[in-house]
Design a protein around this ligand. Structure first.
Ligand code: TYM
Length: 434
């Protein structure tokens, strides 16, 4: 059975007991995932993502992202976006996400996401982004309104994940390609600059990772669908749930059985299986000889029973917006601390000079002038470059053994290929470029 709101209540109450030592938290594997605050949070988001967030938070250090930067890749009404962001936080909590144990935060509160985005942008070829299915779909639907944000969407998602060193990323089936892309970007960056990023795994259990629309079972159920009858929202009242399930598209025939040729009933069986926790085979057996009407009635009741306690909890949580804002503020502090650490390793790896704040973060103290000196490269003025070259030329003429001459050649070549800055004048670093 999927986790009940009673267990959600338990999570909140004994959170303080279980939070424990922050160092112990950090030694657990880490899960990171996100949802865009767009449309109406619905049952597909629950079975594809939220359900696993709630389960994995028991064993994983957890970062739960509200991807509001991603949300504006489609125009949003500003007041609506603010309202919906808080509504989603309240729903996360009502579903059992534990704000004491994990970190719930807004993407826009953590600048490192867009800072890493830029660095990754400089590693990702345009062609790879053009091949992304979601991008191609959106171009197909609205070619006139394609902007850079939509194109760059997967790179921001990669930044979200890589910043936290996630081991696991629970997502629905539709995000699998973005996950593969994230792994690819991480490997590519590591290949260029050294092992900075952990390679994350997508967590997509077998059932329920792709619920389809109730009216159009050929298309994925989506919280932003203009036709609200295509999904069951977590906040839909009972009578609305009953109507949506009753009018859901089924197929010709009357057998209650999953079959590629019967996408409507197959989708409803998947929904039944994920909400009840039952095997598809057990559902098939129970409904042998029974009709669609009875099956749909039972499914509607099942969903209503499941949503009722979530909705009850939601009403009391949403009545306290100050608490919700505090959850986000605390989350932002945690997320900033963790993400700045990764960003600073990325910045060092690509050759940016650390700033005062970065130094303090790593050593916990102010920069002393001799320490600062260590970071300050000798400026490479044309004169300095000329001097360096002539030193090497002199060295070349003086070297007598063939081995030494070969070594010097390699060095000269290396200097020529490099940008000439003082950071890449070692053979070791230059060989990374090959
Ligand atoms: P979003 O907001 O579209 O969806 C949130 C989560 O719900 C899953 N999902 C579904 N699962 C099963 N059946 C469905 N019909 C269904 N529809 C949606 C999604 O797969 C997703 O897991 N790009 C992400 C948000 C994001 C993110 C991240 C996710 C931003 N940064 C970092 C993970 C890690 C998105 O648009 O999700």
């Amino acid at each position: 059975m999927i986790s009940s709101p009673e267990s959600a209540g338990g999570n909140m109450q004994d959170a303080a007991v279980r939070v424990g030592d922050p160092m112990a938290e950090k030694s657990r594997p880490l899960m990171m995932s996100g949802i865009q605050p767009t449309g109406a949070l619905m049952i597909g988001n629950y079975v594809g993502a939220l359900k696993h967030w709630v389960e994995l938070q028991a064993t994983h250090e957890s970062f739960f992202l509200l991807a509001d930067l991603h949300a504006i890749t489609v125009p949003q009404d500003p007041t609506d976006l603010q309202r919906r962001s808080l509504e989603f936080v309240a729903l996360f909590l009502a579903c059992g996400v534990d704000a004491e144990r994990g970190t719930i935060f807004l993407q826009s509160h953590v600048p490192a996401h867009t800072q890493l985005l830029w660095v990754l942008n400089c590693v990702v070829p345009m062609g790879e982004l053009q091949r992304m299915t979601q991008f191609k779909d959106k171009v197909g639907r609205n070619a006139a309104n394609i902007h850079v944000g939509l194109f760059d969407y997967p790179v921001l998602m990669a930044a979200d994940i890589l910043l936290y060193g996630a081991d696991l990323v629970p997502v629905g089936d539709d995000q699998k390609q973005h996950m593969e892309f994230t792994r690819h970007v991480a490997r590519k960056f590591n290949g260029l600059y050294g092992e900075v990023f952990k390679i994350p795994e997508a967590y997509t259990p077998r059932t329920g990772t792709r619920l389809m629309g109730l009216q159009t079972p050929s298309v994925k159920m989506s919280k932003s669908d203009r036709n609200a009858d295509n999904y069951v929202a977590l906040l839909d009242p009972s009578e609305v749930v009953s109507r949506k399930i009753k009018t859901a598209v089924t197929d010709s025939g009357s057998e209650i059985r999953c079959d590629a040729a019967k996408p409507g009933i197959s989708n409803l069986i998947t929904l039944y299986a994920t909400v009840s926790g039952e095997d598809v085979e057990a559902i098939h057996n129970r409904y042998i000889g029974k009709g669609y009407a009875e099956f749909k009635k039972n499914l509607a009741e099942l969903i209503i029973d499941f949503l009722g306690p979530i909705q009850k909890r939601y009403s009391s949580i949403a009545a306290d917006p100050v608490m919700l804002v505090e959850v986000l503020q605390r989350g932002a502090r945690n997320a900033r601390e963790r993400s700045e650490d990764t960003l600073s390793r990325v910045y060092r790896a690509v050759g940016f000079i650390p700033d005062e704040g970065d130094h303090r973060r790593h050593s916990g103290k102010r920069w002393l002038s001799n320490e600062r000196q260590a970071y300050i490269p000798v400026p490479v003025t044309p004169r300095a470059l000329h001097q360096r070259r002539s030193i090497m030329e002199t060295k070349e003429t003086k070297d007598v053994t063939a081995a030494a001459a070969a070594e010097t050649d390699a060095e000269v070549e290396c200097m020529t290929d490099c940008c000439g800055c003082c950071c890449c004048d070692t053979e070791e670093e230059c060989s990374m470029e090959e």
